[in-house]
Design a protein around this ligand. Structure first.
Ligand SMILES: [Zn+2]
Length: 237
């Protein structure tokens, strides 16, 4: 999703415009409708990946997750699903949930409701025609939400908005060490946001994300955490 630096904009002196800017991207903000940002169960952790599927990264990631009996959630871009249907089926076959990350990864903040509905419907169609199941969850690209998103999501039926509670800031190529450091604060109940894809290029470099996860998965497992996919989360937390 690549959240914008606006997430840092919250401050006591902010005016209304800056506040709305913060509210449109801050994962905890409920101003523009209810969102899920924790699992609701401190014995579990939900690891999520945005912007795939990515044939350069996702297969190794699937093997790593399997090694630790970890289920995860992949928020896929519809046009990438159409390009890589086999990999999309592989994600689902391995027990992971698949979520809607729109068809083309635009910012939804100022988009008209009809266009948002079209972005979600086309991505839904790509996923459903590939794995035979319509996604239950969506995550807005860049984490941006405007006041119109909630209305579109509610009209469409059983599809909730998922944000996150821990951000790895992993959407640019970098060494694994800073990503590992940022994930130090992750605890039971968290929804972790990582990326296996890059919305700008088809086979983006995400080795740092895979390596950071290889570091943390055994440590989190040692704490007794269960790694669940978001289809296993029942209520908004
Ligand atoms: Zn994204």
């Amino acid at each position: 999703m690549n959240p914008a630096p606006a997430v840092e904009a919250a401050c006591g002196a902010c005016g209304t415009g800056a506040f709305l800017s913060w509210a449109s991207v801050a994962p905890a903000s409920q101003l523009f409708g209810p969102t899920v940002r924790r699992t609701g169960d401190r014995s579990t952790m939900a690891i999520t990946f945005d912007d795939g599927p990515n044939p350069a990264v996702t297969p190794a990631l699937l093997d790593l997750l399997e090694k630790y009996h970890a289920r995860a959630t992949f928020f896929l871009i519809g046009r990438n699903v159409r390009r890589f249907p086999g990999l999309t089926r592989e994600i689902a076959a391995r027990g992971h949930a698949i979520g809607n990350h729109t068809e083309t990864h635009p910012s939804l903040t100022f988009m008209r409701p009809r266009r948002i509905a079209d972005e979600l419907a086309r991505c839904d169609e790509a996923i459903e025609s590939t794995i035979g199941k319509r996604p239950r969850w969506m995550r807005p690209p860049f984490g941006f939400r405007g006041p119109q998103l909630n209305g579109v999501v509610r009209q469409r039926g059983p599809l909730g908005v998922v944000m996150w509670s821990v951000l790895a800031w992993d959407w640019k190529p970098q060494p694994a060490a800073p990503v590992i450091r940022r994930l130090r604060r992750a605890r039971g109940g968290d929804i972790i946001l990582l990326h296996d894809g890059d919305h700008r290029v088809l086979e983006g470099d995400r080795k740092h994300s895979v390596d950071a996860l290889a570091h943390w998965l055994p440590r989190w497992a040692d704490r007794g955490l269960r790694f669940i996919n978001l289809d296993e989360v029942r209520a908004a937390a």
